[in-house]
Ligand binder design. Structure first.
Ligand code: 0A1
Ligand code: ZN
Length: 878
């Protein structure tokens, strides 16, 4: 074993840079294996910098070719250069120029950070610390500078040369087959927003005029042949730009906005100034290759990256601890955009499902951390559901507390005051406080205290006094580094639902700050008394999921079913159904027969058939909590086989009892013949597939044939993939044929084959690991392309709960093996996958022993572990 002693970075150690880089001029001489980068920096020391302070710039695997100060080569003893650092001793006390020439190898860059080649296209990824793999620099978000980039490359193989900002000159390089392009970005920015692209690409274009009349050229670049699949992305971009003008008063600020889709990309996409680079999964779509979920994902990610232009780029982060400042806020903005473009309640449910399935597990395990962490070893490990999704919930709570107008006032002040800054969460909060003349100091605890609070409610009704009393108690379990917790400020949207299903108005409320339908909790335990309540209500708490907490509503089954049928808040109708399913599934896992099951199943049928609800909502209403959700809810000594068996049995029972209902709904829904990805059509497809899910589960004669017929008749990817998934999940006749037919139809289309890989990986199977191993040999799979790995391995870890947590430890052993394999080439991908160990402590003893041994095997392996993987494994074992 070799040791890797990564430094712990602490928020309290933050200091400004001693020198300021005013401008950066970069020249890239692109060659696959030996690209030369000439960087000319204009620098000056800060007023408080003592003379003689060394200039220390970041590097990562760099080779220095030359260094000049004010045009003269530096003497050997005037600097020290290592692959990860450049130190210039005794720089001038006056402004000076430093010219640094480095050589890098894009073809050998398997980490996909810095400058690399994706399918013959040169592209960059610099967030968080990739720029230091290009040249020596202050690679930190508070070092803002004005960038000019000249790109030189072979013209035939790289006809397109793109950089940040606005295009300047282009031309041929005399006497060669090469050409160049110069780009200038007038907006000072940190290095993580730098980007360049060079390759043989084609684009679709559109002209956009901003609200104030400024013309902007929009281009989406893709590999040749894919241009017909970029239309939805362009449509999403234009709608995002309009929405940001209308909703936040934010306009675009350059002459061009370019997007490039590449196939090798670690994450979803990147908001580089004026030149967003995307994982092609979030750009390319047509009905043949993309599902409704893909279309929705594209709309969201295109909007997200575009919105970063203001929340992230114009106002960036002071250091990486402030990541949620740009990410939580931008996720909130993209969620609001989708809510406005689609159905708000359905979008809210989808976002909460995501939060509960990704962030709640993170917050309840060894990887729990605050939305604004205070220390890290590897920043790449902090692009988490907590920073992004819980971060968005915190912004949403600010809006809930202040109201829409107060929220907008705070945002306006934030944009006005901090444009051009590298800011902090404290700056952000202060804008809402000042714009609304309010104090958010207690609320701010949400940024610093990790863990998911539990909110326990109980209530009583006094008929004589006409009062309804609500007792609310909050507790937050200990999380790593935070054994004791303070009570949070929790905004609880609520209603008191009367016997006729309408909310009862109260005359007075005592015991907490209550304003209309919003109750704000500030203490560990609070008793709220509502007066003037004429009949016993059922409390509907946490409407719209007004705070990211785990609610124990204190309602009996009868009351939950009542809310499921009558609550005026659609979110809580859905939540009531989920709570009931979850409770019943846990009882079934324990071998019990749940009380009230039949009444629940009949309420489920009514919800599914309710024509007043939109199709997508009805589809969500029918959704069973996943095996992972149930495991999390059980929380300790989990036996994943028992959960899987209970869930299968419940689906089968619901399917058998409501077969006729599902068949009726299924046959009645007509989807227009020409495919459209709009929300209404997608909702119809999703409800049909959800009905088919239960019918397929029922085992009733004819259901397998119906599922196969759905697959055979499918004229779009949503239906084809949905039906295939059911054939495989329920192991129905036709599954094998379906898999073959899908493969034959889509071989050669990587993004479509990713779906095939993920279906196969998620299928319950006695020997899941062998199946996955075999699939890694399939031509559609590659260890080098993150999308392939996320589909196959991620599909196994994320959806095949029984396979991954198999009691013999084979799933854990396999994850250890592939973590070590992937870590050699791409630590970020390895680290993302190894996070699946985050739930190991919740498992039963038999599984825990195996998981721990696998984690220890990673740590003790005879290879140098990346900081990324090592940090996650150590935190898991802690
Ligand atoms: N800022 C991007 C996320 C992102 C982060 C790191 C990356 O490379 C390792 C790439 C993208 C976003 O929020 O969309
Ligand atoms: Zn983002």
């Amino acid at each position: 074993m070799q040791s890797n002693t990564a430094q712990l970075i602490k928020l309290t150690d933050y200091e400004e840079t001693p020198y300021v880089i005013e401008t950066v001029s970069l020249v890239f001489k692109l060659h696959a294996e030996a690209t030369e980068v000439v960087s000319t920096l204009s620098l000056h020391p800060r007023a408080r910098t003592p003379a003689g302070t060394a200039l220390e710039l970041d590097g990562d695997e760099l080779k220095l070719l030359s260094i000049k100060l004010n045009g003269t080569p530096l003497e050997d003893d005037a600097y020290d250069a290592a692959p990860d650092k450049l130190v210039v001793h005794n720089p001038p006390t006056e402004p000076f120029k430093l010219e640094i020439t480095t050589q890098i190898n894009p073809a050998a860059n398997t980490r996909l950070m810095g400058l690399y080649l994706s399918d013959g296209i040169y592209c960059t990824q610099c967030e968080a610390e990739g720029f230091r793999r290009i040249t020596y620099y202050y690679d930190r978000p508070d070092a803002l500078s004005v960038f000019t980039t000249r790109i030189e490359a072979d013209k035939a193989s790289n006809p397109i040369l793109l950089g940040n900002g606005n295009p300047q000159e282009t031309g041929r390089i005399d006497g060669t087959d090469r050409h160049f392009a110069v780009w200038h970005d007038p907006h000072p920015k940190p290095a993580y927003l730098f980007a360049l692209v060079a390759g043989d690409l084609t684009c679709i274009s559109e002209k956009y005029t901003t609200a104030s009349g400024k013309p902007v050229d929009l281009n989406i670049y893709v590999e040749k042949g894919n241009e017909q699949r970029a239309g939805w992305s362009m449509d999403s971009l234009v709608r995002s730009m309009r929405w940001d003008e209308k909703t936040f008063g934010r306009e675009y600020d350059l002459d061009v906005f370019n997007i490039v889709a590449v196939s090798a990309f670690n994450m979803g996409a990147m908001e580089n100034k004026g030149l967003n680079i995307f994982n092609d999964k979030y750009i390319l779509a047509n009905s043949e290759t993309a599902t409704d979920l893909d279309y929705e994902g594209i709309e969201t990610v295109v909007a997200h990256e575009y919105f970063h232009n203001w929340t992230g780029n114009r106002i960036t982060c002071r250091e990486w601890f402030q990541l949620c400042l740009k990410e939580g806020l931008t996720v909130f903005r993209d969620q609001e955009f989708s809510s406005d473009e689609r159905s708000r309640p359905v979008k809210r449910i989808a976002d909460v499902v995501r939060l509960k399935s990704r962030q709640f597990p993170e917050d309840q395990g060894p990887l729990s951390h605050p939305v604004r962490p205070t220390e890290y070893k590897e920043i790449n490990n902090f692009y988490t559901a907590t920073v992004y999704d819980k971060g968005a919930e915190l912004v949403r709570m600010i809006k809930t507390i202040l109201g829409a107008d107060g929220f907008r006032k705070g945002m306006d002040l934030y944009f006005e005051r901090h444009d051009g800054d590298a800011s902090t969460i404290e700056d952000f909060i202060k804008c809402f406080e000042e714009a609304n003349d309010t104090d958010l100091s207690h609320f701010s605890l949400w940024y610093h205290q990790s863990g998911t609070p539990h909110l326990k409610a109980s209530s009583s009704y006094d008929e004589a006094a006409k009062t309804f009393t609500l007792e609310l108690e909050q507790t937050t379990p200990a999380t790593p580094g935070q054994p004791e917790k303070e009570p949070f400020f929790i905004p609880v949207r609520f209603g008191l639902v009367g016997p006729n299903g309408e909310d009862i108005a109260y005359s007075k409320a005592e015991g907490a700050r209550v304003d209309g339908d919003l109750l704000c909790l500030t203490e560990r335990k609070q008793t709220v008394v509502f007066h003037g309540i004429g009949s016993k209500p059922v409390p509907s708490l946490l409407r719209e999921f007004s705070a990211p907490v785990k609610l124990e509503a204190g309602l009996n089954r009868h009351e939950q079913i009542f809310l499921m049928r009558h609550d005026i808040d659609p979110f809580n109708r859905w939540q009531a159904a989920q709570t009931l399913m979850s409770e019943m599934l846990i009882e079934m896992t324990n071998g019990d027969i749940p009380a009230g099951k039949d009444a629940f199943i009949s309420a489920l049928a009514n919800m599914a058939e309710d024509e007043n609800l939109d199709h997508a909502f009805r589809g969500f209403g029918l959704m069973l909590p996943s095996e992972k959700d149930i495991a999390l809810e059980i929380g300790k000594d989990v036996d994943t086989d028992a959960i899987g068996a209970a869930r299968d049995a419940f689906a089968k029972e619901i399917g058998a009892s409501l077969y006729d209902t599902f068949e009726r709904i299924y046959s009645a829904i007509e989807v227009s013949e020409t495919f459209s990805p709009d929300a209404a059509s997608a909702g119809k497809r999703s409800l049909k597939l959800r009905c088919l899910y239960y019918m397929a589960a029922s085992g009733i004669e004819g259901s397998a044939a119906l599922t196969k017929a759905h697959f055979d008749a499918a004229d779009n990817m949503t239906d084809r993939m949905g039906a295939l998934n059911l054939l495989v999940t329920w192991n129905l006749e036709g599954a094998k044929d379906g898999l073959q037919a899908f493969e034959k139809r889509h071989q050669g289309t990587a993004l479509a084959m990713d779906k095939w890989l993920s279906i196969a990986a998620g299928a319950p199977n006695e020997d899941a690991v062998s199946t996955i191993r075999t699939l890694t040999e399939h031509p559609a799979f590659s260890w080098d392309i993150p999308n392939r790995v996320y589909s196959l391995i991620g599909g196994f870890l994320g959806s095949n709960t029984r396979g991954f947590h198999k009691a013999d430890g084979s799933g854990y052993d396999y994850l250890a093996e592939i973590t070590l394999h992937l870590d050699k080439n791409n630590p970020q991908v390895a680290s993302r996958l190894v996070k699946s160990f985050g739930s190991w402590k919740n498992m039963n003893a038999e599984r825990r022993v195996k998981a721990k041994a696998a984690l220890e095997r990673i740590l003790n392996a005879d290879q140098q572990l990346s900081t990324d993987v090592k940090e996650i494994v150590e935190r898991c074992l802690d």
